[in-house]
Design a protein around this ligand. Structure first.
Ligand SMILES: NC(=O)c1ccc[n+]([C@@H]2O[C@H](COP(=O)([O-])OP(=O)(O)OC[C@H]3O[C@@H](n4cnc5c(N)ncnc54)[C@H](O)[C@@H]3O)[C@@H](O)[C@H]2O)c1
Length: 346
């Protein structure tokens, strides 16, 4: 194995081109871009030229190159086929979320990687956000007391676009919940531990495409805490603040803009030494709180560096395939709840 992991990319024209290749694979000292493949021939050529690498002519051609690992950033319904091909070719896999279209597909992907003896990572890159790591540290130190409630919100304006794979359940697996809710609920479980039950509503409130444009999931955590994840494709970009709130008996952390693709949002911790007595006046000091602003980390760089390091060191990935399967399980429970109108155990 060389000192830098040689990466291939499948589905190079979207997030791969915007973020993961330039900010992750090119920037990471322990990674090198060795080949790209996109099903769109013009994009395939353009991306290869843009990043000074070679464009493979097919998946098989890409996998036959001298590469150690593949980043899969194709649409959700192609992940299974692509991950199985990578495992069969003995390549390590970092796959975008959702891993597969179903829990069963994700498990089959994990089994194939395990049999082939390759590592499998899930690209839940928001776990690497420096402010999220700091929030987790404060919770683990008990600074918030007993956690009672958390909210994660990720929304955008996503009007109907002909051929958009996220707007059809057959290609996206779902809409706003599947696309963005996975990140929200993965983070909530990272902070609060496993969700035991979910109750969820999904619907099309504004757009009439096949996948939902609106979803609110309520989570009951094994710890007893409650949470909500709200994800909409029909809220203005200006109004979508991507809120994260973590509330405990002795303090809260409130943030805007840490969920998403940016390195930094605004995060404030309101911490008390003790819970104190009841204040009938309910006085709120808006200026209070501590600014949580650790050195920003580029999440795509951290993700690629971390996974490359696991390959080079032969260690388990920081965000492995079990995180992707777990996310898919929680999402499946949410859709079942929305369909049946009942709370569903995860
Ligand atoms: N981590 C993040 O910040 C982030 C952000 C956006 C999307 N995503 C995830 O990345 C994946 C891709 O999303 P996107 O927004 O980049 O989508 P996209 O549609 O913008 O890009 C997907 C690319 O894959 C290509 N493609 C389609 N079918 C293919 C196939 N069979 N073989 C090879 N290439 C194929 C398309 O031509 C396109 O260039 C999804 O799983 C999505 O959930 C992650």
């Amino acid at each position: 194995m060389p000192e830098a992991v040689r990466w291939g990319v499948i589905g190079s024209g979207g997030i791969a081109r915007r973020r993961t290749i330039p900010e992750g694979i090119i920037a990471a000292p322990n990674a090198r871009l060795a080949a790209v493949f996109d099903i769109d021939p013009a994009i395939n050529r353009e991306v290869a030229e843009q990043f000074g690498t070679s464009a493979a002519e097919s998946i098989q051609d890409c996998l036959a190159r001298e590469i150690d690992a593949v980043y899969i950033a194709s649409p959700a319904n192609a992940h299974f086929e692509h991950a199985m091909a990578c495992a069969a070719a003995g390549k390590h896999v970092l796959c975008e979320k959702p891993l597969g279209m179903t829990v069963a597909e994700s498990e089959a992907m994990a089994n194939a990687a395990c049999k082939a003896g390759v590592l499998f990572g899930t690209a839940l890159m928001m776990r690497f956000h420096s402010q999220h790591l700091e929030a987790k540290r404060l919770i683990e130190q008990g600074r918030l007391g007993k956690i009672v409630y958390a909210r994660a919100q990720l929304s955008c304006w996503y009007p109907p676009i002909p051929g958009a794979w996220r707007q059809d359940t057959a290609s996206g697996g779902g809409g706003s919940l599947m696309d963005m809710g996975g990140h929200c609920m993965d983070l909530l479980e990272t902070f609060l531990g496993p969700a035991a039950r979910v109750s969820c509503f999904v619907r099309n409130t504004v757009h009439d495409y096949k996948s939902e444009d609106s979803a609110v999931a309520m989570l009951e955590f094994a710890s007893g805490a409650l949470g909500t994840a709200d994800t909409f494709f029909c809220i203005t970009d200006e109004g979508s603040r991507n809120a994260l709130e973590l509330h405990g008996s002795m303090g809260s952390i409130v943030a805007e803009g840490t969920l998403g693709q940016a390195d930094r949002g605004r995060m404030t911790a309101i911490l008390k030494e003790s819970a104190g007595g009841y204040e009938a006046g309910q006085v709120r000091d808006a200026a209070g709180g501590i600014d949580i602003s650790p050195t920003p980390v580029n999440m795509y760089l951290a993700e690629i560096e971390s996974f490359s390091n696991s390959i080079l060191a032969g260690s388990e990935p920081a965000v492995g395939v079990e995180a992707g399967i777990r996310s898919q399980r929680v999402l499946a429970a949410c859709y079942e709840s929305a369909r049946t109108g009942r709370a569903v155990s995860v």
